[in-house]
Structure formats: C-alpha cells, structure tokens
Ligand binder design. Structure first.
Ligand SMILES: [Zn+2]
Length: 109
C-alpha cells in the first residue's frame, strides 16, 4: 500500500470516527437531564449511558491511533513495525490502516 493511498484511507476513517464521536457526545450530553422516573426506564437509561461512554472511549482510542499513523506517514516510517522494524504486510495494512506493529509484535506478550 503506498503512502498516498494509506493516507487517504486513514483520513476517510478519521472523518467517519470524528462524526461518530460527535454523535455519541451529543447523546452523552443529555446526561444532565433527569433520569426517567420508572425503575426499569431508569436502569435502561443508565445502561445506555454506560454503553455510549464505552463506545466513545473506543472511538477516541481509534482516533489517536489514526493520528499516530498519519504522523508516521509524515515521518516516513509508515508500514514498518514499531517494534521489530520489519515491514508490515500489505494485507494487514489494508485491513487495519493504522496498524503500527506486525501481527507477531501486536500479539499481547
Ligand atoms: Zn514486528
């Protein structure tokens, strides 16, 4: 995968994620509203908020990884494993454009 193509893929992903992040934030923004009075409604609402916050954390983490990958494109180190410095296989980058490690190094130690 060449760098121009990788950057385009990353920017598209970034736009999608930023939009998702905004949508989630909007939902979470309602948290100051009083909870529904019914006990079941209340439980559902609290559960929803928790799920949204987890989703948002995931989106933010992914955004950070994308930004990191974009930095690596600028630095010319994109596509190289951060740990073993071997090339990351193209198939992996196509699947996960912001991968910074090869499959072996990405495995939890
Ligand atoms: Zn590696």
């Amino acid at each position: 995968m060449n760098h121009a193509k990788a950057r385009a893929a990353l920017l598209t992903l970034r736009t999608e994620l930023a939009a998702r992040h905004q949508r989630i934030d909007k939902h979470i923004g309602h948290r100051d509203e009083p909870l529904p009075s019914g006990r079941n409604d209340r439980a559902v609402e609290l559960g929803n908020r928790e799920t949204l916050e987890q989703l948002d954390e995931g989106a933010q983490l992914e955004l950070a990884q994308i930004d990191h990958a974009l930095d690596r494109i600028e630095a010319g180190s994109y596509g190289r494993c951060e740990r073993c410095h071997r090339s990351i296989p193209r198939a992996r980058l196509e699947l996960l454009p912001y991968a910074t490690r090869c499959v072996l190094c990405a495995e939890p130690a």
